[in-house]
Write a protein that binds this ligand. Structure first.
Ligand code: TRP
Length: 451
Protein backbone atom coordinates (compact mmCIF):
# COMPACT_ATOMS: atom_id res chain seq x y z
CA UNK A 1 0.00 0.00 0.00
CA UNK A 2 1.73 3.12 -1.22
CA UNK A 3 0.69 6.37 0.39
CA UNK A 4 0.32 9.39 -1.80
CA UNK A 5 3.05 11.76 -0.74
CA UNK A 6 2.49 15.45 -0.48
CA UNK A 7 5.30 17.75 -1.54
CA UNK A 8 6.93 20.73 0.02
CA UNK A 9 6.17 23.80 -2.00
CA UNK A 10 9.48 24.53 -3.62
CA UNK A 11 12.99 24.73 -2.31
CA UNK A 12 12.43 27.36 0.36
CA UNK A 13 9.57 25.31 1.78
CA UNK A 14 11.81 22.31 2.05
CA UNK A 15 14.69 24.20 3.62
CA UNK A 16 12.40 25.89 6.13
CA UNK A 17 10.82 22.58 7.17
CA UNK A 18 14.11 20.71 7.47
CA UNK A 19 15.78 23.62 9.25
CA UNK A 20 12.79 23.91 11.56
CA UNK A 21 13.30 20.33 12.65
CA UNK A 22 17.05 20.80 12.90
CA UNK A 23 16.97 23.92 15.07
CA UNK A 24 16.04 23.17 18.63
CA UNK A 25 17.54 22.48 22.02
CA UNK A 26 20.46 20.84 20.24
CA UNK A 27 21.64 24.22 19.01
CA UNK A 28 20.76 26.39 21.97
CA UNK A 29 21.18 24.11 24.97
CA UNK A 30 23.48 21.28 23.90
CA UNK A 31 26.05 22.87 21.59
CA UNK A 32 27.23 25.60 24.01
CA UNK A 33 27.79 23.26 26.96
CA UNK A 34 29.71 20.77 24.84
CA UNK A 35 31.84 23.55 23.38
CA UNK A 36 32.52 24.83 26.90
CA UNK A 37 33.36 21.38 28.19
CA UNK A 38 35.52 20.19 25.30
CA UNK A 39 37.98 23.02 25.03
CA UNK A 40 36.12 25.85 23.27
CA UNK A 41 37.85 26.77 20.02
CA UNK A 42 39.14 23.29 19.34
CA UNK A 43 35.61 21.86 19.66
CA UNK A 44 34.28 24.56 17.35
CA UNK A 45 36.97 23.80 14.77
CA UNK A 46 36.41 20.04 14.87
CA UNK A 47 32.66 20.61 14.65
CA UNK A 48 32.99 22.85 11.59
CA UNK A 49 35.31 20.40 9.83
CA UNK A 50 32.91 17.55 10.52
CA UNK A 51 29.91 19.61 9.41
CA UNK A 52 31.31 20.33 5.95
CA UNK A 53 32.54 16.75 5.45
CA UNK A 54 30.48 14.16 7.43
CA UNK A 55 27.43 16.33 7.87
CA UNK A 56 27.32 17.32 4.22
CA UNK A 57 27.84 13.79 2.88
CA UNK A 58 25.46 12.09 5.28
CA UNK A 59 22.66 14.59 4.87
CA UNK A 60 23.02 14.42 1.08
CA UNK A 61 22.87 10.62 1.22
CA UNK A 62 19.85 10.52 3.54
CA UNK A 63 17.79 13.09 1.64
CA UNK A 64 18.63 11.33 -1.64
CA UNK A 65 17.61 7.93 -0.28
CA UNK A 66 14.30 9.41 0.83
CA UNK A 67 13.58 11.21 -2.41
CA UNK A 68 14.68 8.28 -4.55
CA UNK A 69 12.41 5.79 -2.77
CA UNK A 70 9.63 8.13 -1.66
CA UNK A 71 9.57 6.22 1.63
CA UNK A 72 10.47 6.70 5.29
CA UNK A 73 13.62 5.13 6.73
CA UNK A 74 12.48 1.61 7.61
CA UNK A 75 10.76 1.01 4.26
CA UNK A 76 13.38 2.90 2.26
CA UNK A 77 16.30 0.70 3.33
CA UNK A 78 14.21 -2.42 2.80
CA UNK A 79 13.17 -1.35 -0.65
CA UNK A 80 16.75 -0.66 -1.72
CA UNK A 81 18.04 -3.94 -0.30
CA UNK A 82 16.07 -6.47 1.76
CA UNK A 83 19.01 -7.35 4.00
CA UNK A 84 19.57 -3.73 5.02
CA UNK A 85 16.13 -3.09 6.47
CA UNK A 86 17.59 -3.39 9.97
CA UNK A 87 19.42 -0.08 9.55
CA UNK A 88 16.02 1.55 9.22
CA UNK A 89 14.86 -0.06 12.46
CA UNK A 90 18.02 0.86 14.28
CA UNK A 91 17.67 4.48 13.20
CA UNK A 92 14.03 4.44 14.34
CA UNK A 93 15.23 3.67 17.85
CA UNK A 94 17.00 7.01 18.17
CA UNK A 95 14.00 9.34 18.31
CA UNK A 96 12.37 6.94 20.81
CA UNK A 97 15.34 7.33 23.15
CA UNK A 98 15.83 11.05 22.58
CA UNK A 99 12.24 12.25 22.98
CA UNK A 100 11.79 11.45 26.70
CA UNK A 101 14.88 13.26 27.90
CA UNK A 102 14.39 16.03 25.34
CA UNK A 103 11.06 16.64 27.07
CA UNK A 104 12.71 16.77 30.48
CA UNK A 105 14.93 19.59 29.24
CA UNK A 106 11.87 21.11 27.54
CA UNK A 107 10.28 21.13 30.99
CA UNK A 108 13.25 23.03 32.44
CA UNK A 109 12.90 25.63 29.68
CA UNK A 110 9.18 25.98 30.39
CA UNK A 111 9.88 26.45 34.08
CA UNK A 112 12.48 29.14 33.38
CA UNK A 113 10.07 30.97 31.12
CA UNK A 114 7.53 30.87 33.94
CA UNK A 115 10.01 32.13 36.50
CA UNK A 116 11.03 35.10 34.36
CA UNK A 117 7.49 35.88 33.20
CA UNK A 118 6.20 35.89 36.77
CA UNK A 119 8.86 38.35 37.83
CA UNK A 120 11.07 36.04 39.83
CA UNK A 121 13.97 35.85 37.44
CA UNK A 122 16.24 37.38 40.05
CA UNK A 123 15.86 34.29 42.20
CA UNK A 124 16.92 32.14 39.24
CA UNK A 125 20.24 33.99 39.10
CA UNK A 126 21.45 32.66 42.44
CA UNK A 127 24.02 29.94 42.04
CA UNK A 128 22.14 27.19 43.85
CA UNK A 129 18.78 27.85 42.21
CA UNK A 130 19.07 25.39 39.34
CA UNK A 131 20.46 22.58 41.48
CA UNK A 132 17.70 23.19 44.00
CA UNK A 133 15.09 22.96 41.27
CA UNK A 134 16.21 19.85 39.38
CA UNK A 135 16.99 17.83 42.47
CA UNK A 136 13.38 17.99 43.66
CA UNK A 137 10.88 15.28 42.81
CA UNK A 138 7.58 16.98 41.99
CA UNK A 139 8.66 20.27 40.40
CA UNK A 140 10.80 19.07 37.50
CA UNK A 141 8.49 16.11 36.82
CA UNK A 142 5.54 18.49 36.81
CA UNK A 143 7.19 20.75 34.24
CA UNK A 144 8.24 17.73 32.20
CA UNK A 145 4.63 16.53 32.19
CA UNK A 146 3.44 19.99 31.18
CA UNK A 147 5.87 20.09 28.28
CA UNK A 148 5.14 16.61 26.99
CA UNK A 149 1.42 17.14 27.64
CA UNK A 150 1.39 20.19 25.36
CA UNK A 151 3.35 18.24 22.74
CA UNK A 152 1.02 15.26 22.96
CA UNK A 153 -2.16 17.34 22.72
CA UNK A 154 -0.85 19.01 19.58
CA UNK A 155 0.13 15.69 18.01
CA UNK A 156 -3.13 14.03 19.09
CA UNK A 157 -5.29 16.69 17.48
CA UNK A 158 -2.96 17.08 14.52
CA UNK A 159 -2.71 20.86 14.89
CA UNK A 160 1.02 21.19 14.18
CA UNK A 161 0.40 23.77 11.48
CA UNK A 162 -0.62 26.40 14.00
CA UNK A 163 2.49 25.90 16.11
CA UNK A 164 4.65 25.97 13.01
CA UNK A 165 3.17 29.29 12.01
CA UNK A 166 3.86 30.81 15.42
CA UNK A 167 7.36 29.45 15.48
CA UNK A 168 8.14 30.72 11.98
CA UNK A 169 7.52 34.21 13.30
CA UNK A 170 9.35 33.64 16.57
CA UNK A 171 12.51 32.00 15.21
CA UNK A 172 13.80 35.05 13.33
CA UNK A 173 13.04 37.10 16.45
CA UNK A 174 15.00 34.58 18.53
CA UNK A 175 17.99 35.00 16.21
CA UNK A 176 17.87 38.78 16.50
CA UNK A 177 17.36 38.70 20.27
CA UNK A 178 20.26 36.27 20.63
CA UNK A 179 22.46 38.66 18.68
CA UNK A 180 21.58 41.44 21.09
CA UNK A 181 22.18 39.24 24.12
CA UNK A 182 25.52 38.08 22.70
CA UNK A 183 26.52 41.65 21.89
CA UNK A 184 25.61 42.75 25.39
CA UNK A 185 27.52 39.88 26.97
CA UNK A 186 30.59 40.77 24.94
CA UNK A 187 30.66 44.30 26.37
CA UNK A 188 31.08 42.96 29.90
CA UNK A 189 34.38 42.70 31.77
CA UNK A 190 36.10 39.41 31.19
CA UNK A 191 33.93 38.46 28.22
CA UNK A 192 36.83 38.84 25.80
CA UNK A 193 38.64 35.97 27.51
CA UNK A 194 35.52 33.92 26.93
CA UNK A 195 35.39 34.91 23.29
CA UNK A 196 39.02 33.89 22.88
CA UNK A 197 38.35 30.57 24.58
CA UNK A 198 35.41 29.99 22.26
CA UNK A 199 36.91 30.83 18.90
CA UNK A 200 40.66 30.32 19.16
CA UNK A 201 41.53 26.62 18.98
CA UNK A 202 43.89 25.38 21.64
CA UNK A 203 45.33 22.15 20.32
CA UNK A 204 46.37 20.94 23.74
CA UNK A 205 42.66 20.42 24.48
CA UNK A 206 42.29 18.03 21.57
CA UNK A 207 41.43 14.37 22.19
CA UNK A 208 39.42 11.54 20.66
CA UNK A 209 36.63 12.56 23.01
CA UNK A 210 36.44 15.98 21.37
CA UNK A 211 35.83 14.31 18.01
CA UNK A 212 33.24 11.91 19.43
CA UNK A 213 31.39 14.70 21.20
CA UNK A 214 31.45 16.89 18.11
CA UNK A 215 30.28 14.04 15.89
CA UNK A 216 27.40 13.09 18.18
CA UNK A 217 26.41 16.74 18.41
CA UNK A 218 26.49 17.07 14.63
CA UNK A 219 24.12 14.13 14.19
CA UNK A 220 21.85 15.32 16.97
CA UNK A 221 21.66 18.90 15.82
CA UNK A 222 21.16 18.17 12.13
CA UNK A 223 18.76 15.30 12.88
CA UNK A 224 21.05 12.84 11.05
CA UNK A 225 21.45 9.10 11.53
CA UNK A 226 17.91 8.73 12.85
CA UNK A 227 15.88 8.40 9.69
CA UNK A 228 14.43 11.91 9.88
CA UNK A 229 16.17 13.32 6.83
CA UNK A 230 15.15 10.25 4.80
CA UNK A 231 11.53 11.02 5.60
CA UNK A 232 12.02 14.69 4.75
CA UNK A 233 13.68 13.71 1.48
CA UNK A 234 10.69 11.58 0.58
CA UNK A 235 8.59 14.74 0.53
CA UNK A 236 11.05 16.75 -1.53
CA UNK A 237 10.29 17.68 -5.12
CA UNK A 238 12.48 16.28 -7.88
CA UNK A 239 13.33 19.67 -9.34
CA UNK A 240 14.77 21.05 -6.08
CA UNK A 241 18.53 20.92 -5.69
CA UNK A 242 19.54 18.56 -2.91
CA UNK A 243 23.07 19.88 -2.76
CA UNK A 244 22.19 23.51 -2.29
CA UNK A 245 19.39 22.66 0.16
CA UNK A 246 21.87 20.72 2.29
CA UNK A 247 24.26 23.68 2.26
CA UNK A 248 21.53 26.05 3.36
CA UNK A 249 20.33 23.80 6.19
CA UNK A 250 23.89 23.34 7.39
CA UNK A 251 24.67 27.03 7.39
CA UNK A 252 21.42 27.83 9.17
CA UNK A 253 21.78 25.14 11.82
CA UNK A 254 25.46 25.81 12.49
CA UNK A 255 24.88 29.56 12.51
CA UNK A 256 22.31 29.30 15.30
CA UNK A 257 24.48 26.94 17.33
CA UNK A 258 27.44 29.31 16.95
CA UNK A 259 25.32 32.23 18.05
CA UNK A 260 24.10 30.36 21.13
CA UNK A 261 27.72 29.69 22.05
CA UNK A 262 28.55 33.33 21.51
CA UNK A 263 25.86 34.25 23.98
CA UNK A 264 26.71 31.70 26.64
CA UNK A 265 30.47 31.11 26.64
CA UNK A 266 31.65 34.71 26.95
CA UNK A 267 29.02 35.13 29.68
CA UNK A 268 30.64 32.33 31.64
CA UNK A 269 33.74 34.47 31.92
CA UNK A 270 31.81 37.69 32.51
CA UNK A 271 29.34 36.70 35.22
CA UNK A 272 30.70 33.56 36.79
CA UNK A 273 33.64 31.42 37.64
CA UNK A 274 35.00 29.76 34.46
CA UNK A 275 36.87 27.08 36.41
CA UNK A 276 33.61 25.78 37.68
CA UNK A 277 31.13 26.65 34.93
CA UNK A 278 32.98 25.30 31.90
CA UNK A 279 32.51 21.81 33.29
CA UNK A 280 28.83 22.24 34.09
CA UNK A 281 27.39 20.20 31.25
CA UNK A 282 23.62 20.00 30.81
CA UNK A 283 22.85 22.73 33.36
CA UNK A 284 25.11 25.38 31.80
CA UNK A 285 22.50 27.45 29.97
CA UNK A 286 20.22 27.50 33.01
CA UNK A 287 22.98 28.60 35.35
CA UNK A 288 24.71 31.22 33.22
CA UNK A 289 21.96 33.07 31.38
CA UNK A 290 19.90 34.10 34.44
CA UNK A 291 23.03 35.74 35.87
CA UNK A 292 23.55 37.58 32.62
CA UNK A 293 19.91 38.69 32.52
CA UNK A 294 20.22 39.92 36.07
CA UNK A 295 23.13 42.13 35.06
CA UNK A 296 21.26 43.53 32.07
CA UNK A 297 18.81 46.44 31.90
CA UNK A 298 15.26 45.01 31.55
CA UNK A 299 16.80 41.58 32.06
CA UNK A 300 13.61 40.20 33.53
CA UNK A 301 11.80 40.95 30.29
CA UNK A 302 14.68 39.84 28.05
CA UNK A 303 14.83 36.57 29.98
CA UNK A 304 11.12 35.89 29.60
CA UNK A 305 11.27 36.70 25.88
CA UNK A 306 14.32 34.49 25.43
CA UNK A 307 12.91 31.47 27.22
CA UNK A 308 9.52 31.60 25.50
CA UNK A 309 11.28 31.48 22.13
CA UNK A 310 13.51 28.63 23.20
CA UNK A 311 10.33 26.95 24.38
CA UNK A 312 8.87 27.21 20.88
CA UNK A 313 12.08 25.97 19.27
CA UNK A 314 11.97 22.97 21.63
CA UNK A 315 8.27 22.43 21.08
CA UNK A 316 8.51 22.26 17.28
CA UNK A 317 11.29 19.69 17.69
CA UNK A 318 9.41 17.63 20.26
CA UNK A 319 6.30 17.68 18.07
CA UNK A 320 8.21 16.44 15.07
CA UNK A 321 10.02 13.85 17.22
CA UNK A 322 6.73 12.59 18.63
CA UNK A 323 5.16 12.65 15.17
CA UNK A 324 8.06 10.50 13.96
CA UNK A 325 7.77 7.99 16.78
CA UNK A 326 3.98 7.79 16.41
CA UNK A 327 4.27 7.05 12.70
CA UNK A 328 6.92 4.39 13.38
CA UNK A 329 4.43 2.69 15.73
CA UNK A 330 1.60 3.02 13.24
CA UNK A 331 3.67 1.46 10.47
CA UNK A 332 5.21 -1.23 12.60
CA UNK A 333 2.23 -2.46 14.63
CA UNK A 334 -0.54 -1.30 12.29
CA UNK A 335 -2.13 0.58 15.17
CA UNK A 336 -4.26 3.63 14.57
CA UNK A 337 -3.02 7.08 15.36
CA UNK A 338 -4.71 7.47 18.73
CA UNK A 339 -3.48 4.15 20.07
CA UNK A 340 0.05 4.89 18.86
CA UNK A 341 -0.11 8.29 20.54
CA UNK A 342 -1.09 6.69 23.84
CA UNK A 343 1.68 4.08 23.62
CA UNK A 344 4.29 6.70 22.76
CA UNK A 345 3.07 8.92 25.57
CA UNK A 346 3.45 6.04 28.02
CA UNK A 347 7.01 5.34 26.86
CA UNK A 348 7.96 8.99 27.20
CA UNK A 349 6.67 9.06 30.76
CA UNK A 350 8.38 5.79 31.59
CA UNK A 351 11.79 6.91 30.32
CA UNK A 352 11.40 10.60 31.13
CA UNK A 353 10.70 10.26 34.86
CA UNK A 354 13.95 8.41 35.62
CA UNK A 355 15.80 11.03 33.53
CA UNK A 356 14.32 13.71 35.75
CA UNK A 357 14.84 11.90 39.05
CA UNK A 358 18.44 11.14 38.13
CA UNK A 359 19.26 14.75 39.05
CA UNK A 360 18.01 14.29 42.57
CA UNK A 361 16.76 11.32 44.57
CA UNK A 362 18.02 8.81 42.01
CA UNK A 363 21.36 10.47 41.44
CA UNK A 364 22.98 7.51 43.17
CA UNK A 365 21.79 5.11 40.47
CA UNK A 366 24.37 4.92 37.73
CA UNK A 367 24.44 3.05 34.44
CA UNK A 368 28.04 2.66 33.28
CA UNK A 369 28.84 5.60 35.52
CA UNK A 370 26.09 7.89 34.23
CA UNK A 371 22.76 9.15 35.55
CA UNK A 372 19.72 8.23 33.42
CA UNK A 373 19.63 11.41 31.35
CA UNK A 374 23.33 11.29 30.50
CA UNK A 375 23.02 7.59 29.73
CA UNK A 376 20.16 8.08 27.26
CA UNK A 377 22.07 10.96 25.73
CA UNK A 378 25.22 8.86 25.48
CA UNK A 379 23.64 5.70 24.11
CA UNK A 380 21.80 7.58 21.36
CA UNK A 381 24.35 10.22 20.37
CA UNK A 382 27.59 8.39 20.98
CA UNK A 383 26.64 4.80 20.21
CA UNK A 384 23.54 4.20 18.08
CA UNK A 385 23.83 7.25 15.85
CA UNK A 386 27.49 6.64 14.96
CA UNK A 387 26.60 3.00 14.20
CA UNK A 388 23.67 4.04 11.99
CA UNK A 389 25.92 6.59 10.27
CA UNK A 390 28.60 3.96 9.73
CA UNK A 391 26.13 1.46 8.30
CA UNK A 392 24.62 4.14 6.08
CA UNK A 393 28.08 4.96 4.70
CA UNK A 394 28.89 1.31 4.05
CA UNK A 395 25.49 0.75 2.48
CA UNK A 396 25.71 3.80 0.24
CA UNK A 397 29.40 3.39 -0.58
CA UNK A 398 29.60 -0.33 -1.22
CA UNK A 399 26.13 -1.87 -1.62
CA UNK A 400 24.03 0.78 -3.31
CA UNK A 401 27.15 2.50 -4.70
CA UNK A 402 27.66 6.25 -4.51
CA UNK A 403 26.60 6.65 -8.15
CA UNK A 404 22.97 5.95 -7.19
CA UNK A 405 23.01 8.94 -4.83
CA UNK A 406 24.91 11.04 -7.34
CA UNK A 407 22.21 10.40 -9.94
CA UNK A 408 19.53 11.46 -7.49
CA UNK A 409 21.42 14.67 -6.72
CA UNK A 410 21.72 15.37 -10.45
CA UNK A 411 18.07 14.79 -11.32
CA UNK A 412 16.57 17.74 -13.22
CA UNK A 413 19.93 18.84 -14.55
CA UNK A 414 21.59 19.94 -11.29
CA UNK A 415 25.34 19.45 -11.24
CA UNK A 416 26.89 17.79 -8.17
CA UNK A 417 29.68 20.20 -7.29
CA UNK A 418 31.11 18.36 -4.32
CA UNK A 419 30.93 14.91 -5.87
CA UNK A 420 34.58 14.07 -5.16
CA UNK A 421 34.29 15.12 -1.53
CA UNK A 422 31.05 13.16 -1.19
CA UNK A 423 32.63 9.94 -2.48
CA UNK A 424 35.76 10.15 -0.38
CA UNK A 425 33.83 10.95 2.81
CA UNK A 426 31.22 8.21 2.36
CA UNK A 427 33.59 5.45 1.27
CA UNK A 428 36.71 6.10 3.33
CA UNK A 429 36.91 9.10 5.62
CA UNK A 430 33.67 8.70 7.55
CA UNK A 431 33.70 4.91 8.02
CA UNK A 432 37.31 4.82 9.18
CA UNK A 433 36.88 7.72 11.59
CA UNK A 434 33.65 6.36 13.02
CA UNK A 435 35.10 2.90 13.65
CA UNK A 436 38.15 4.32 15.41
CA UNK A 437 36.08 6.68 17.51
CA UNK A 438 33.46 4.09 18.42
CA UNK A 439 35.97 1.55 19.61
CA UNK A 440 37.92 3.97 21.75
CA UNK A 441 34.82 5.56 23.24
CA UNK A 442 33.08 2.32 24.13
CA UNK A 443 36.26 1.02 25.75
CA UNK A 444 36.45 4.30 27.61
CA UNK A 445 32.82 4.19 28.78
CA UNK A 446 33.34 0.74 30.25
CA UNK A 447 36.55 1.88 31.85
CA UNK A 448 38.71 -0.59 29.92
CA UNK A 449 40.79 2.10 28.36
CA UNK A 450 41.27 5.67 29.53
CA UNK A 451 41.28 8.36 26.90
N1 TRP B 1 17.83 18.49 15.86
C1 TRP B 1 17.00 18.84 16.97
C2 TRP B 1 17.69 19.88 17.82
O1 TRP B 1 18.72 20.38 17.49
C3 TRP B 1 16.68 17.67 17.83
C4 TRP B 1 16.15 16.52 17.09
C5 TRP B 1 16.69 15.31 17.07
C6 TRP B 1 14.98 16.47 16.31
N2 TRP B 1 15.94 14.51 16.30
C7 TRP B 1 14.90 15.18 15.83
C8 TRP B 1 14.02 17.40 15.97
C9 TRP B 1 13.85 14.78 15.03
C10 TRP B 1 12.97 17.02 15.16
C11 TRP B 1 12.91 15.73 14.67
O2 TRP B 1 17.23 20.19 18.87
Amino acid sequence: MEKQRGNFSGRLGFIMAAAGSAVGLGNIWRFPYLAAQYGGGIFLLVYLVLAVTFGFALMTAEISIGRKTGLSAVEAFRKLDKKWGFVGYLSALVPVIILPYYSVIGGWVTKYFWVFASGEGIAAASSDYFGGFVSQIGQPIGWFLAFIGITAVIVWFGVEKGVERVSKILMPILVILSMFIAAYALTMDGAMDGLKYYIIPNFSHFSVKTVLAAMGQLFYSMSLAMGIMITYGSYMRKDNSIESSVRHIEIFDTGIAFLAGLMIIPSIFAVGDPEQLLEKGASLMFEVLPQLFLAMPAGQFVGAAFFIMVFFAALTSSISLMETVVSIFMDKFHWNRKLSCIAVFAIIILLGIPSSLGNGVWSGIKIIGMDFLSFFDFISNSVIMPIVALLTCIFVGYVLKTSAIEHEVEVSGHSFKARGLFRIVIKYFAPICIVLILITSVLDAFGIFKL
